[in-house]
Design a protein around this ligand. Structure first.
Ligand SMILES: Cc1ncc(COP(=O)(O)O)c(C=O)c1O
Length: 399
């Protein structure tokens, strides 16, 4: 597919396989096959696998996953992509492929809780040290680098408080220190930020969120250079085994067909909701990168072309009781986890729980998180409903 096409066109066409009379005009021919006939006698080990070998077994590669991977690589401006069964499968495969006993990982001190727990609980059991650092502060990243730091992993915007990391600045610091940079761009999507163009080595997505977009499929992906992605396929996919089901690959491809217009509407609705929440008497603060009220709005304007649909707000008091009230009273918005779905979602994340169970921050880092989040954040994923209906629903439920 021609490189010159714009992202909105690539999202629809980059994964196409056939353009012959009679070919289906669908996302991709969905192929629920686990294995394929093979023309050659080939080795049975993943280590014998030639690049661009014909499809053989779906844990190696699959035509539908292949269309999805080509589309994601085109959208991110990367040479290749590898898809996984979930965002966590993608992150864990990348960590285990790039890190070995004796290595050190630097990680955003605010990120998806599962990633923070993986880094702090599982990696050390395999001899890999992990440090959580405030990646919003490039000087802190530089100070935390060690001679054995092999990977810096940042999430921007970060779940759940939408804190940003300057990708270009942190990429330069990581590379100067001999480390690579991976960026979880799940919340930004390829229509918001293209981390590879800013110097990152890898982009990670939970396809479960905006990319599949309808809340009906788990999935994950890593995008990067061809040689590194071939190694990741061998070590992280074939051996660790978290392959994406063909049907979920197809659902992600179908989601990609509407990602550009959905992101425009998610952003427009988030803008309206942010303005409403900022004026509400029960709201202490609201965080959305697209607002001049966001403490890193200048960075957001430099680094994001779409500010996405996720916002977080905290209450002046009584957050726990307010969460219960919202769960009971919301009629249009669903009180549910996750983000990036067509329908609006709201969920409360108490600060004490998150700091104790997942981030385990102390001292200045803990104080900084509490400053952003207060007692807890209401994470609001603005869907595609009419903005006036969303505001009316929140207004009646907040009281
Ligand atoms: C930013 C981010 N990265 C990764 C993940 C993990 O993705 P999955 O749920 O698809 O495993 C999540 C899930 O919430 C997330 O929000």
């Amino acid at each position: 597919m021609a490189e010159k096409l714009a992202p909105a066109t690539l999202a629809l066409h980059a994964g196409e396989t056939e353009r012959r009379p009679g070919a289906p005009v669908t996302a991709s021919p969905q192929l629920a096959a686990s294995f394929f006939t093979h023309p050659d006698a080939i080795g049975f080990s993943a280590n014998d696998l030639a690049e661009n070998a014909p499809h053989f077994y779906t844990r190696w590669s699959n035509p539908t996953a292949d269309s999805l991977e080509r589309t994601l690589a085109a959208l991110e401006g990367g040479e290749a992509a590898v898809s996984f069964a979930s965002g966590m499968a993608a992150v864990s495969a990348l960590f285990l492929d790039r890190l070995a006993a004796g290595d050190h990982l630097l990680l955003s001190d605010v990120c998806y809780a599962g990633v923070a727990e993986l880094a702090q609980d599982i990696l050390p059991r395999h001899g890999i040290a992990a440090t959580l650092v405030d990646t919003a502060d490039p000087a802190a990243v530089e100070a935390a680098l060690r001679p054995n730091t092999r990977l810096v992993h940042v999430e921007t915007p970060a779940n759940p408080i939408l804190k940003l990391t300057d990708i270009a600045a942190v990429a330069a610091i990581a590379h100067a220190g001999g480390a690579e940079l991976s960026v979880d761009s799940t919340i930004a999507t390829p229509f918001g930020t293209r981390p590879l163009a800013l110097g990152a080595d890898y982009v990670v997505h939970s396809l479960t969120k905006y990319i599949s977009g309808h809340g009906d499929a788990l999935g994950g992906a890593v995008i990067g250079g061809a040689a590194r992605m071939a190694a990741l396929r061998r070590q992280g996919l074939i051996h660790l085994g978290g392959a994406l089901a063909p049907f979920n690959a197809w659902l992600s491809l179908r989601g990609l067909e509407t990602l550009a217009p959905r992101m425009a509407l998610h952003e427009a609705n988030a803008r309206r909701l942010e303005a409403f929440l900022a004026e509400h008497p029960k709201v202490r603060s609201v965080l959305w990168p697209g607002s001049p009220r966001h403490p890193q709005h200048a960075l957001a304007r430099r680094q994001m072309r779409n500010f996405s649909g996720l916002l977080a707000f905290s209450a002046r008091s009584g957050s726990g009781a307010l969460a219960a009230r919202l769960a009971e009273r919301l009629r249009v918005i669903s009180y549910a986890v996750s983000l990036g779905k067509t329908k609006s979602l709201l969920f409360y994340i108490p600060t004490d729980d998150l700091l104790r169970a997942s981030f385990r921050l102390r001292g200045a880092q803990e104080a900084a998180y509490r400053d952003w989040a207060g007692e807890g954040v209401f994470r609001f994923s603005a869907g595609l409903e009419d903005a006036d209906d969303l505001i009316a629903d929140l207004a009646q439920a907040l009281g």
